[in-house]
Each structure stands twice: as structure tokens, then as C-alpha cells.
Ligand binder design. Structure first.
Ligand code: CA
Length: 271
């Protein structure tokens, strides 16, 4: 009986030890598997993280590349994008007087309502060009000061999307001033200004200028107005009677006798 008890005790101990051993090793196995999995997940995380960082690097490189391609103009172009549309005050300062032009200053010397418009300076966007023939609108403006036909021509330019905005001033005796406002954009950065000096056969003053230089809108700028002969009337003196030029001659810069009649001051209106 004693031997049997001992045997049972030994057997039970063996079973317990074996059981514990199996449990222990199987636990070890599990934990190894878990730790392997977590390593794998960690590795994937790293891969994802690394990929993300690489993406960021690539994006940064692209940004640098774009900056590089734009070069030194970047700053200006940024401003251009910010200020896509700008408004300017136009001040027409007429100095034509008996003092400035003693031999070429008629009674009732005045200027017709000026017309100004913004455009992109392509050939079709110009209401006239030196050496070209005056349109009906330019002829009418230069001979009588009337602006209806010229405004219609500018409306057509605007409808073709090569012109942007237009404005008009008032008639006034010289010396004197007249002012207005005009909107330009980075696609329509040129301003053309015209006004008839009166009385005169077909003489007018004009200027065309670009206001967006190196990506920056000029804050305030002055331009001298140039006197032209429209080539549509042959009168030789300021007060000559109408004498239609047939066929029309080309538009020419007038002689020095009647230059320096005035200027325009353009001031950017800040919002
Ligand atoms: Ca003429």
C-alpha cells in the first residue's frame, strides 16, 4: 500500500511538472509570436512613416524647384497674384497757357473730355497707332472732341477681351485739371489716354503706358502727353476752318510748337 501511494505521488508530481512545462513553453511561444507581430507592425509603421516623410521631402523639393524656376521674380509675382485688380486715380494736368505757348495759345483754349481705357497692348487693343490711319472714333475725337464713336470702338475692344475698363473726364479750359478713376488688371496693365486740344483742326494729346513693372504696380507716376496730328483734317493753324484731308494721312507726332501741353499723374488707390 505504501509503495502504491508513493508511486501515485510521483506520478502526480510528474504530471504537474510536465503540465507546467507544456504551459510554460507554449506561453513562451505565444509571447514570441506576439512580439514578432508587434515588430512587424512597428516595421510597417516605420515604412508608412518613412514614406510619409519621403512624400514631404518630395513635396518640399518640388516647392524649392518651383521657387528656383521662378527665380528672383517670385516676390513680385506673389504681389501680382495678390493684386490682380488695381484702381488708379487719373489726374490730367493741362499746362497749356499763354505763358507756356505764347504764340500757340488761342482764345478759349480747352481740352475735350479725356477718354482713358485699360488694355493688353496687342495690336487690336489700340485705338490708334503712330503711322496708322485714324479710325472714325479717333477722327471725331481729334476734330470735334466728341467721344461717342470712340467709346463705341473701345467697347468693341473690351468685348473682344483685349481691353478691360474705360473712363472719361470733363471738358475744361486750359490751364486746368480733370480727373477720374480707372481699373486695370495683371492681364490689362496698359493705359491709353486721349484728349483733343481745342480749338484745333485734328490735333490731340495721348500717352500709352504699362503700369505693372517687374511684377509691381507703380504707386504713383507721371507721364507727359504727346501731341499728335490725326491726319484727317488739313487745317494748319489752331483756328483754321475744317478742311477734310482726302485721302486720310497717317497719324503723326506734331511739331515741337505744340508739345508739352500737359501730363497725367496716375496714383494707385489703396484699398
Ligand atoms: Ca491734320
Amino acid at each position: 500500500m505504501e509503495l502504491k501511494k508513493t508511486n501515485i505521488l510521483l506520478l502526480t508530481t510528474l504530471v504537474i511538472i510536465t503540465g507546467f512545462g507544456i504551459y510554460y513553453f507554449s506561453s513562451q511561444g505565444d509571447s514570441e509570436e506576439v512580439s514578432l507581430n508587434s515588430t512587424a507592425i512597428k516595421s510597417e509603421d516605420n515604412i508608412i512613416l518613412n514614406n510619409s516623410l519621403q512624400d514631404l521631402d518630395i513635396k518640399d523639393e518640388n516647392k524649392d524647384l518651383q521657387k528656383g524656376e521662378q527665380g528672383e521674380d517670385t516676390e513680385g509675382k506673389d504681389e501680382e497674384l495678390i493684386e490682380k485688380f488695381v484702381k488708379y486715380k487719373i489726374e490730367f494736368i493741362a499746362r497749356w497757357s499763354s505763358k507756356t505757348h505764347p504764340n500757340y495759345y488761342p482764345v478759349n483754349a480747352h481740352f475735350s473730355p479725356f477718354v482713358a481705357y485699360s488694355h493688353n497692348n496687342t495690336l487690336g487693343a489700340m485705338i490708334f497707332k503712330k503711322g496708322g490711319e485714324a479710325t472714325v472714333g479717333v477722327e471725331d475725337m481729334a476734330e470735334t472732341g466728341a467721344t461717342q464713336k470712340l467709346n463705341k470702338e473701345i467697347d468693341e475692344i473690351i468685348s473682344k477681351k483685349i481691353g478691360f475698363k474705360k473712363t472719361q473726364g470733363n471738358v475744361f479750359n486750359s490751364p486746368g485739371t480733370s480727373s477720374s478713376e480707372i481699373e486695370l488688371s495683371n492681364n490689362y496693365r496698359y493705359l491709353t489716354f486721349v484728349s483733343m486740344l481745342a480749338p484745333s483742326p485734328d490735333w490731340f494729346i495721348s500717352v500709352t503706358e504699362n503700369l505693372l513693372i517687374d511684377g509691381r504696380w507703380l504707386d504713383s507716376v507721371e507721364f507727359n502727353l504727346i501731341t499728335y496730328d490725326a491726319g484727317s483734317d488739313s487745317g494748319e493753324n489752331l483756328t483754321s476752318l475744317d478742311r477734310d484731308t482726302k485721302p486720310k494721312e497717317s497719324i503723326k507726332i506734331f511739331s515741337d510748337n505744340l508739345q508739352g501741353l500737359g501730363k497725367i499723374i496716375l496714383t494707385k488707390i489703396t484699398k
